[in-house]
Design a protein around this ligand. Structure first.
Ligand code: FES
Length: 304
């Protein structure tokens, strides 16, 4: 008898077993024999454990579910989606936003747990899209988000399309300006830690952002600067900018790799949030949050 094989379809998530398979009950009695059965791995089948092709609607269903989580401010369960589907869900959300009249202005670089590594603390780089509607100036209604947190980041303004991997020696060819930034993220799964696939589907938790005045990039020696986060003028987080990839400029290099790997081109004039230098600070209505980076500037948001 041939050794059975199992094929997990990376796009649909279905699991196909080759050959004849006996389905047994709790006592081991054969209740059915199936030839080349396909098992549902996406979780949407109405005929579980068998695949009934409901996976065709998967991207639309999960994207809608995540959108509703944001609209209703109610955490969604994890979907345990596949990498291919995760990227399709992220693109679906961007398409929806563009069709709703929003404009893509840039991306955020983020980190997520890597489900392929045994060490849960090992992360991978992911990115999320930023649109003009996510920008907040001076104030933000935090009741519209799920456990929102503020982080201190560097923001880059790109001067050239990013469509290939950038070598560290080329970074200033791609960046014209830098600014102090505050990224507000909220995972639509609530406080649950998501593996990279679900985090990608969630657009890397991108919720809102704000940044200060631009300064010319070539003037700044970011490696020696420190970021501070204040709540109501009291300092609550401080970290050197080297907490970002060991050298904040390298965020541009890392981003170029992730974009190239997923076939996404980022146009010149985009903004890029670097990934956080500090821990995220939970935001509560009534407080004022400020990020300061000496020599670079500051950005302040009143939460209401
Ligand atoms: S994988 Fe086909 S319905 Fe779930």
């Amino acid at each position: 008898m041939d050794t059975p094989t199992i094929f997990v379809n990376p796009k649909s998530g279905s699991i196909k077993i080759s050959g004849e398979v006996n389905v047994v009950d709790v006592d081991g009695n054969v209740v059915e024999t199936k030839e080349n059965p396909k098992i549902c791995g996406c979780g949407l089948s109405k005929d579980k454990p068998w695949c009934d092709s409901s996976h065709g609607e998967y991207v639309k269903i999960v994207a809608n579910h995540l959108r509703n989580a944001r609209t209703l401010v109610k955490a969604s369960p994890l979907f345990g989606t596949t990498p291919v589907r995760a990227r399709e869900i992220r693109e679906n959300e961007l398409k929806f936003r563009i069709e709703s009249g929003e404009t893509l202005v840039g991306v955020k670089l983020g980190g997520a747990l890597d489900s392929k590594r045994k060490d849960e603390n090992m992360g991978v780089n992911i990115f999320g899209y930023l649109t003009d509607a996510m920008q907040c100036i001076e104030k933000l209604n935090v009741s519209q988000f799920i456990h929102p947190r503020a982080e201190a980041e560097i923001v880059f303004k790109t001067s050239k399309e990013i469509s290939s991997e950038i070598h560290p020696s080329e970074i200033l060819d791609y960046v014209s300006h830098v600014a102090a930034g505050m990224e507000i993220f909220d995972y639509r799964y609530g406080e649950v830690r998501a593996y990279s696939e679900d985090a990608i589907a969630d657009n890397a938790g991108a919720a809102a952002f704000s940044y200060g005045a631009w300064v010319l990039a070539h003037r700044e020696n970011l490696e020696v600067l420190t970021a501070e986060v204040f709540v109501n003028d009291e300092i609550v987080e401080t970290a050197p900018l080297t907490a970002i990839k060991g050298n904040p400029w390298l965020a541009i290099v890392e981003l170029s790799k992730v974009l190239v790997a997923t076939g996404v081109k980022l146009p010149a004039g985009s903004i890029v949030f670097s990934g956080s230098a500090t821990n995220g600070v939970h935001m509560v209505a009534g407080n004022t949050y400020r990020v300061e980076i000496a020599n670079l500037g500051k950005v302040e948001i009143k939460a209401n």
